[in-house]
Design a protein around this ligand. Structure first.
Ligand code: BG6
Length: 610
């Protein structure tokens, strides 16, 4: 996830300061690299480098750049390492065109080749640069910037938004094709940006945009057009009353709730990256390995547990899940030349994971495949190959959207592996991948919408519970562990996540009248989970169920609040959705307890210590 900002002023000359002031509000969208293209007297001055906006401003004087218009971009690298040349904005073939994008261009590889083969000078490995070349290409054909921008979108596949300008024209054009984009009208300038926070320092007169629309910024006004036919749309500015500070959280009270709500978009983005990538390299790494370890910590480990069930079911491939710190004492000596360690770490810096990365490298035994969100991290550079999680910057300490991305990656890889090794019929693999791409984002949104009030109400009834269990079975094993971890992390309760069939072998002794036990279910396993529910109810425990509504289960909850229902879905999609009510339950319980879920005590987003 990146952040773009474009501004056209009437007669100001301090465009650098304006762009830095507004772009800084998008820091949560990425801080791998930053750049500003400022236009003065028809000449584009482009400065960019790796680092945060403050680092690069100090080094290159971004806020001192003169001009009356320009574009800035904060990059969160997904494809193409965070380097100066890959930083945005970019020029076209010449310095007449400048622009920047946010999102993913799925046909990046083939389109980049097509542009180069037709004589374009493509300087970087960054997909954003192709947006500028696409406009350059159609400008050559039409000599009309509006048409060039409109037609350029036909070449670009994926979910993205970009802003572009010509050096000799006091306008900026921007298109919205699947990534966020919003515009604004100030007394002496107009602005377009990835998010509202960077509009508000300039104006609260906001022009909201929809996918398939483009805007043209002149010094005085913002005009909105439909990309398909170029027809102008009557879209007037609206006054936004969002508090600028809250806006950095997208209007949410906490980053955690914002990031939970970003999960439908994460599903779209990560599927876009997976289907657009050369995943065969990853699949071959997995296929060629005799032992396949899945090594991770915290939420990443819980996602990995979910992954082991998908790998078994869809591909008949056994993954050995190992907690990061356990790997060396437990399996370090067992590493073979054809072992594979799938190292799952959103930060790519967790020391327990880096220790394993170093062991494999130093012993030369085995290979590593990283599943990583932070591009440019130690894990990304150190692994033999890496799968980008494409979630954008996760601010809140408790992981939500990064866990969600990881489970989708494992489900996708399992289906592709199963198709390749014959465990899964190609039509079934196609159907399931289609559900991940086409249904999951919508179902995730429906789950968020439906379980908001349910989890708020349930949280109220758990306010005084200091101890509870969260149990899963089969595919929901990892989901229940993740739900328990969330409650531990941000409610400071003791909540044990474990396998429901194991509960009777000891832990059941804790159950007394009204002791709360959460059961996370899917349609496939509810026949078994009902036994475990009754073991608790026979001892007068309180049973809370998370999952699709099933009449057979409804007899085992004593109050409306105790059934967190997720929408009906394919039984293999269910486990991906079941985590959402647990994320929201922990969030509302945390807030009710007066805790800031974004910054829970004693914890840190990334532990780079042993
Ligand atoms: C912990 C974080 O420190 O590290 C968790 O608080 C996270 O949220 C865990 O799941 C693992 O982090 P990573 O970056 O290796 O996925």
């Amino acid at each position: 996830m990146c952040g773009i900002t474009g501004i056209v002023t009437q007669n100001r000359d301090d465009i650098g300061a304006l762009l830095v002031m507004c772009s800084r509000k998008l820091t949560y969208r990425g801080y791998d690299s930053v750049g500003v293209a400022a236009v003065k007297d028809g000449v584009v001055n482009l400065r960019k480098d790796v680092g945060t906006i403050d680092d690069v401003d100090r080094a290159l004087g971004l806020s001192k750049m003169r001009g009356d218009r320009g574009i800035a971009q904060l990059r969160w690298a997904t494809y193409g390492a965070p380097t100066k040349v890959n930083a945005q904005p970019h020029f076209g073939c010449t310095e007449d065109f400048y622009g920047a994008h946010n999102g993913n261009i799925h046909n990046f590889a083939e389109y980049r080749k097509e542009l180069i083969d037709t004589g374009h000078i493509v300087r970087s490995e960054n997909d954003g640069e192709l947006c500028v070349h696409a406009v350059d290409k159609y400008y050559e054909q039409t000599d009309d910037m509006f048409e060039a921008v409109r037609l350029s979108t036909r070449d670009l596949k994926g979910a993205f938004a970009f802003a572009v300008g010509r050096a000799d024209e006091r306008k900026i054009y921007a298109v919205k094709m699947g990534s966020s984009l919003v515009a604004g009208v100030a007394p002496d300038a107009t602005i377009v940006s990835s998010d509202l926070p960077s509009i508000l320092p300039l104006t609260n007169r906001v022009v909201y945009l929809r996918d398939g629309e483009m805007v043209v910024l002149t010094p005085e006004e913002v005009k909105v057009y439909r990309i398909e036919d170029g027809r102008e749309l009557d879209r007037r500015p609206e006054v936004s009353n969002v508090d600028p500070h809250a806006a950095e959280k997208g209007g949410y009270p906490h980053f955690m709730l914002k990031e939970i709500n970003e999960q439908p978009q994460v599903a779209r983005d990560v599927m876009g990256v997976l289907e657009g990538a050369k995943s065969d390299d990853w699949l071959r790494l997995i296929e060629d390995a005799s032992q396949k370890y899945l090594v991770a910590c915290g939420s990443s480990y819980n996602a990995g547990i979910v992954g082991t069930y998908y790998f078994n079911r869809l591909a008949g491939v056994p993954l050995i899940p190992v907690i990061g710190g356990q790997f060396i004492p437990m399996y370090g000596n067992a590493l073979k030349d054809d072992s594979l360690c799938i190292l799952v770490s959103q930060s790519g810096e967790t020391k327990d994971i880096i220790n394993v990365l170093n062991l494999v490298r130093d012993t030369g035994r085995g290979k590593t495949l990283g599943v990583v969100n932070v591009i440019g991290s130690t894990l990304m550079f150190g692994a033999d190959a890496y799968i980008p999680m494409a979630c954008g910057y996760e601010v809140s300490v408790p992981a939500t959207k990064t866990y969600f991305s990881q489970t989708i990656i494992f489900a996708y890889l399992a289906a592709r592996l199963g198709e390749r090794n014959g465990t899964l019929d190609p039509s079934e693999a196609k159907r399931f991948v289609g559900l991940l791409r086409d249904d999951l984002p919508r179902l995730a949104q429906t789950t968020i919408d439906r379980t908001g009030i349910l989890t708020k109400n349930l949280a109220q009834t758990l306010m005084n519970e200091r101890d509870l269990y969260c149990l899963g079975y089969g595919f929901t094993d990892g989901v229940a562990r993740e739900g328990a971890l969330k409650i531990k992390e941000i409610c400071y309760n003791h909540c044990e996540g474990m396998y429901s069939s194991e509960f009777k072998h000891g832990p059941l002794s804790i159950v007394t009248d009204n002791y709360p036990v959460i059961f996370v279910t899917t349609r496939e396993d509810s026949w078994m989970v009902i036994n475990h529910i009754n073991e608790v109810r026979a001892r007068h425990g309180r049973t809370i169920v998370v999952g699709e509504y099933e009449e057979s289960l409804s007899h085992y909850v004593d109050r409306e609040t105790d059934y967190l229902r997720v929408p009906e879905s394919d039984v293999l999609i269910n486990p991906l959705l079941d985590v959402i009510p647990l994320q929201m339950l922990s969030y509302y319980l945390s807030v009710d307890l007066g805790i800031n879920p974004d910054l829970p005590r004693n914890l840190s987003k990334t532990l780079t210590v042993d």
